[in-house]
Design a protein around this ligand. Structure first.
Ligand SMILES: NC(=O)c1ccc[n+]([C@@H]2O[C@H](COP(=O)([O-])OP(=O)(O)OC[C@H]3O[C@@H](n4cnc5c(N)ncnc54)[C@H](OP(=O)(O)O)[C@@H]3O)[C@@H](O)[C@H]2O)c1
Length: 313
């Protein structure tokens, strides 16, 4: 049952998990349906998901934002504050930091000069949350998107999915300078590092956010065939689309409603301190994902990276 009513902001609403979560929230009965603040790249996919959500009865605002550009993120936060202050949407009760990317070339940089996967998956969300923390009305929730790839297991080793290789966040944020395309291996490490950063950040964020804002992290399960794998070779993408049809494999249609429930429902109201939900169960993270020194260092380094970007505009 819905306990959170008001507005929900979600990034990455245009496809995959985010789109499924948006439509699940929009499909709720009128008294339980939140207003939706969709933060993502403008275009046909954004217009289409917004139209579908409106057709289900939701109040929807499309907020165009390229998360690879921190000036865009700061502008999106300002738009949200204005929409709430002018009463165009109800008070914001949940923020779902869902958008994600996985580049195969770690030489790619965001508009601010940071390694693209780290910039989009982590830094942009740290900026958005930092800018909007004071705008949330408690009791409120922040749901971040994690991934089990932060740590290797037998299956991930077999599939050559690399685990995180942590370093100082300033170094992680630096694009690769090598001449040769580092390929999937380095891209996979960048993705896993960004997801480990999200776990560290969630733990630290709870210490700063106070009791009225509860922070959790969702791992939706491996959803082969979403656009996250769009950088993979076409043959690999075809295989992933095939695996997605196997019964029991996670899909946006299965995991999207769980993400919506984590943002809204009484069932998940107890989650806090970066509680990690894998598919639909709370799981303890492995020890590598709890480290007070790394968590506080990440917090300080993030402030430095965001300030540096803001200073150049
Ligand atoms: N797929 C999996 O197996 C899996 C497993 C664990 C965790 N996750 C996490 O779940 C989340 C959703 O993944 P998904 O599989 O649904 O991926 P997806 O289908 O690729 O969707 C990703 C979303 O992020 C948005 N996005 C990417 N780069 C952006 C940018 N620069 N600016 C604005 N928006 C941007 C995309 O927008 P555009 O439409 O504009 O590209 C899209 O809406 C991610 O955080 C991912 O890391 C996924």
């Amino acid at each position: 049952m819905t306990t959170i009513t008001g507005s929900v902001l979600i990034t990455g609403p245009t496809r995959g998990l985010g789109r499924a979560a948006v439509l699940a929230m929009a499909a709720r009965p009128a008294g339980e349906r939140p207003d939706l603040l969709l933060v993502g790249r403008s275009g046909a996919a954004m217009a289409e998901v917004a139209a579908e959500a409106r057709a289900r009865g939701a109040v929807v605002h499309e907020i165009g934002c390229d998360l690879a550009h921190l000036a865009d993120v700061r502008a999106a936060a300002s738009t949200v504050r204005n929409l709430i202050a002018t009463g165009q949407v109800r008070e914001m009760r949940a923020l779902v930091a869902n958008a994600g990317t996985m580049t195969t070339d770690t030489r790619l940089a965001s508009a601010d000069g940071y390694e693209l996967t780290f910039a989009v998956n982590y830094l942009a969300h740290a900026q958005l949350i930092g800018d909007l923390l004071g705008t949330l009305t408690g009791p409120a929730r922040i749901v971040l998107l994690g991934s089990n790839t932060y740590r290797a297991n037998v299956w991930r080793r077999l599939l050559h999915v690399p685990e995180a290789r942590w370093a100082d966040p300033i170094a992680i944020a630096r694009p690769d300078t090598g001449d040769v395309n580092p390929g999937m291996g380095a891209g996979g490490i960048a993705y896993s590092n960004a997801k480990l950063a999200i776990l560290y950040y969630a733990h630290e964020l709870q210490r700063h956010a106070g009791d009225d804002v509860r922070v959790s992290v969702f791992e939706p399960g491996w959803m082969p065939g979403t656009a996250l794998g769009r950088g993979a070779p076409p043959a690999a993408q075809a295989v992933m689309r095939g695996i997605a049809r196997i019964p029991g494999v996670a899909t946006p249609e299965r995991s999207g409603p769980v993400l919506a429930a984590m943002a809204l429902d009484a069932e998940w109201a107890h989650l806090r301190d970066g509680a990690f939900v894998v598919r639909d169960e709370v799981r303890e993270v492995f020890p590598v994902a709890r480290d007070r020194d790394r968590e506080s260092r990440l917090w300080a380094a993030t402030a430095e990276l965001l300030e540096r970007a803001a200073a150049v505009g």
